[in-house]
Write a protein that binds this ligand. Structure first.
Ligand SMILES: Nc1ncnc2c1ncn2[C@@H]1O[C@H](COP(=O)(O)OP(=O)(O)OP(=O)(O)O)[C@@H](O)[C@H]1O
Ligand SMILES: [Mg+2]
Length: 848
């Protein structure tokens, strides 16, 4: 092994080997196999040690170093991947015990966040398959290619300046890639920084060839040069990992137009809680009744990219409606889907060289269940997968029959094949068993022969088989036995006969493992030859499962099929599909807008339900265009080309911009992008600035939206002045109803035609527990201002004298009248008295 001593670290042959390997993958953290550890050196060690929580040491007092035990490497690598790094693994290519000189090492695999496929144990609920995206940046145009390694699907798109950055952010949000590579950095803030990759034209051609087409024309990319370049970039990046040659990662290509899907940016998806972190309520959680992970993944895609193409939407809706109409057929289908499990994930791992025998075996139950699923789907009137695929998966299932139900997790351990599936393996197994029996006989014989009652045969992983004798009897063992080890109470020996048998067993085991691996690899290769058919099967299952799941959700939550109408929004009993599952007494409301009146102004009290109503509309539009359903009693909707939402503030604290600035930027973007077929939802626009500035902006924006070629618009506001616009423009006024009762106003949460006259802000403030004196004071001010107009800032400097101008006595009396003595603390009472006293003397001084 390497020489020791200061200053030699960089010069030993091993470190030279390390540097050569590192140079092959300069941007990856290199796991360098050294005995039972993978070591990281130099810069890599400095980066990895804190992330992995392992000790940073140094090699020869000079080169920083840290290490992880080889059997647990994957968990450590995973942490680095999650932090965005690439990991390269250099293995020992020969047994160090047998190697002459420096052990040969090679990089056998490179993992990156976008190409790593999690194992069964790691896969959380409905884990999305990792996606790798390539972004081609030109000055005013973009190319985009996304690879989902698990399913082998590649989607490419391109767009120009007119859809620009918004589209990039929307696509990013839609696909949620685990890793993005780019030819250069675009000049805009992105969710994560892409990895810059050298474009390599030769690789682009290679990628195209692997997709089974000779030219860009064959892929339908001849007039999409940027999409093609993004695809080439993707391929160039993939080709840098050594396992790329073995896998068939680029299986199917779809060229898509970003306009085919409803425009939804990350902000919209977040603001509406279409998705949410695990455990929190979201539209996805309500919709996801899938029985397979493949189905869940597809539903996620559907929500992230709702359809805008009427024919595609009608087709999907027809399937969901059929499943909704036949509860028995649906239940049967869903029960059979429950047995399928996940085909995509194990297949992805196997076809990228990451799979184990266990992944292989995991395919078996699913393939066996498929015929039943096809039958149940046919009963609902749904076509099965292509016949060729069916034949191929039956062949694969027959091959998989040769494996144990739960084989070893490693190709090198044996324990993979089912008895009777390979005569040679059976023969080897029997031979080993015979010798093990002989061992037991030998033990009995020697006990008698030597008169050693305590004698027994044992086995140790590194030492192999041994005799164990209690220390007290150790003297009685024959001369020719060799002592191997001493324990506290016993001694261990070997004997020639034992060695002979042990060698035979070891040889047999080695042979068995080799033979089993061969046979298992043959099964794997046979299955992988049919990978395309299996992927088709998986894609078909995903779709069938997703249709049935959407129907199941619709049945559970009382959703209805949407009727499409380009000229009207007519929703009866509109409900918020998520909130209604969380609170017991959700109050539905109608929404009716018909051309030419496409805009509504929504007023009403604080806490009345304005924001909820608008969210309900937006979520139902997403749901409608994802699966054709809506949470309502009846729903007629246009097919929107985009939903633009501006809700509340506070989501941009991290970018350090002023709330108002962010709001104005967003509104600017909305006014630029929203067309006549879009839906715009603005919640309390303009509240982040002074009242009149805000009102003026709100008025002007609404005027701009509410015109002939404007989008469908819903505008919630506390500026009641805006309701006057209805007389001048095609705008409908809606308001949240308030019922006045003896005990104060009650917010019914019901939206009606009309205008809300007040905001009841003080009422809400009181309910929220603002001190009674503050509320009383606010009421007083409000009354005065209504009478005399609002206060003006003083001419120059000075005090706001009007504060003290109104009679203190009225306020004191008003406060006393509504004071609840039972809930008043002595401290509060004292503070009031002190405050009044202070102000009384101030007023006196002013007058005197
Ligand atoms: N339709 C409804 N049925 C039952 N409860 C509702 C309904 N709509 C809203 N709520 C309840 O009322 C609360 C306030 O709703 P929301 O935030 O939509 O009011 P708002 O009018 O936007 O208020 P603000 O003007 O203060 O923003 C919600 O948290 C919800 O619990
Ligand atoms: Mg609100």
């Amino acid at each position: 092994m390497a020489a020791r001593g200061n200053g030699e670290a960089g010069r030993t042959p091993m470190m030279a080997q390390y540097r050569a390997l590192k140079a092959e993958q300069p941007d990856a953290l290199l796991f360098f196999r050294l005995g039972d550890f993978y070591e990281l050196f130099a810069e890599d060690a400095l980066v990895a040690a804190p992330l992995l929580g392992v000790q940073l040491t140094s090699r020869d007092g000079e080169t920083p170093m840290c290490g992880v035990p080889h059997h647990a490497w994957l968990g450590y690598a995973r942490r680095l991947l999650d932090a965005g790094y690439r990991v390269a693994v250099a293995e020992q290519m020969e047994d160090p015990a047998l190697a002459r000189g420096l052990v040969d090492r090679r990089i056998v695999r490179v993992l990156s966040p976008g190409t790593y496929v999690p194992g069964e144990e790691e896969a959380a609920e409905a884990t999305a398959l990792p996606r790798l995206a390539a972004l081609w940046v030109e000055r005013l145009a973009w190319g985009w290619a996304v690879l989902e390694l698990g399913s082998g699907q590649v989607a490419v798109a391109e767009w120009g300046r007119e859809r620009g950055e918004g589209t990039l952010l929307a696509e990013w949000a839609r696909w949620r890639p685990a890793e993005v590579v780019a030819n250069r950095l675009p000049e805009l803030p992105l969710p994560a920084s892409p990895r810059i990759v050298d474009p390599d034209p030769a690789r682009a051609r290679e990628a195209i060839r692997r997709l089974g087409a000779e030219s860009a024309r064959g892929l339908g990319l001849e007039d999409r040069p940027r999409a093609l370049k993004a695809l080439g970039l993707l391929a160039a990046y993939l080709a840098r990992s050594p396992q790329a040659a073995s896998g068939p990662p680029l299986a199917r290509l779809t060229v898509y137009d970003p306009r085919q899907a409803l425009m939804l940016s990350r902000r919209e998806l977040n603001a509406l809680a279409v998705f949410a972190p695990a455990g929190e309520p979201s539209l996805y959680r309500v919709l996801n009744q899938a029985r397979t992970r493949m189905g869940s993944r597809l539903l996620e895609r559907w929500l992230a990219a709702p359809l805008t193409d009427p024919a595609a939407l009608a087709a999907r809706q027809a399937r969901v409606t059929a499943a909704l109409a036949d509860p028995v057929g649906r239940a049967r289908l869903r029960e059979r889907l429950g047995a399928v499990g996940d085909l995509e994930l194990p297949l992805a791992r196997l076809s990228t060289g990451q799979g184990s025998p266990r992944d292989l075996a995991a395919l078996a139950p699913g393939l066996q269940a498929l015929d039943g699923v096809v039958e149940a789907a046919a009963a609902l009137g749904w076509e099965g997968p292509p016949p060729a695929a069916r034949a191929a998966w039956r062949e694969a299932a027959a091959l998989l029959n040769r494996l144990l139900e739960r084989p070893a997790g490693d190709w090198e351990e044996g324990g993979i094949l089912r008895p009777g599936s390979d005569p040679e393996v059976d023969r080897l197994r029997e031979a080993i068993e015979r010798r093990q029996a002989a061992l037991v006989e030998l033990e009995a014989r020697e006990r008698v022969r030597l008169g050693l009652k305590g004698l027994k045969v044992g086995y140790h992983r590194t030492f192999g088989y041994y005799w164990e004798v209690p220390r007290s009897q150790a003297r009685a063992v024959p001369q020719e036995w060799l002592r191997r080890q001493g324990l506290v109470n016993a001694e261990r020996f070997t004997s020639p006969e034992l060695i002979q048998l042990a060698d035979a067993i070891q040889q047999g085991t080695l042979e068995l493992v080799r033979r089993e691996r061969e046979a298992a690899v043959a099964v794997r290769d046979g299955v992988l030859e049919r990978a395309e058919a299996l992927r088709q099967a998986a894609a078909w299952v995903a779709e069938v499962d997703a249709w049935a799941a959407a129907a199941e959700a619709a049945a559970r939550h009382g959703w209805v099929a949407v009727e499409w109408d380009p000229a009207a929004i007519r929703v009866e009993d509109l409900r918020h599909p998520v909130l209604e599952t969380l609170i017991p007494d959700y109050v539905p409301s109608d929404l009716i807008l018909e051309e030419p009146v496409k805009a509504a102004v929504l007023t009403g009290p604080n806490m009345g339900g304005k924001s909820t109503y608008m969210r309900a509309l937006a979520l139902n539009v997403v749901l409608a265009q994802a699966v054709g359903m809506a949470a309502a009693r009846r729903a007629r909707l246009p097919i929107f080309d985009g939903v633009y939402v501006r809700m509340g503030a506070g989501d941009d604290l991290l970018r350090g911009q002023s709330t108002f600035m962010v709001e104005m930027e967003e509104v600017a973007a909305i006014l630029r992008q929203a067309g006549p077929r879009s839906l715009v939802l603005l919640d309390e626009l303009g509240r982040g600035t002074s009242t009149y500035d805000g009102l003026a902006i709100a008025w002007a924006v609404l005027e701009r939206l509410a015109r002939e070629e404007g989008p469908w618009t819903c505008f919630a506001t506390h500026y009641h002045e805006l309701t006057a616009l209805a007389g001048l423009r095609p705008v409908r006024n809606l308001a949240v109803e308030v019922a006045e009762t003896g005990g104060g106003p009650v917010f019914t949460h019901r939206v009606r035609e009309g205008t809300g006259d007040r905001s009841y802000g003080l009422e809400v403030a009181r309910q929220a527990g603002l001190p009674a004196a503050v509320v009383a004071r606010a009421e007083r001010l409000l009354k005065d201002w209504e009478r005399q107009g609002r206060p003006q800032p003083p001419e120059r400097g000075g005090q706001l004298t009007w504060f003290e101008a109104e009679p203190l006595s009225t306020e004191v009396l008003a406060t006393l009248a509504r004071l609840d003595l039972d809930s008043l603390s002595p401290r509060e009472a004292w503070e009031w008295l002190a405050d009044w006293k202070r102000r009384l003397s101030a007023a006196r001084t002013a007058q005197g």
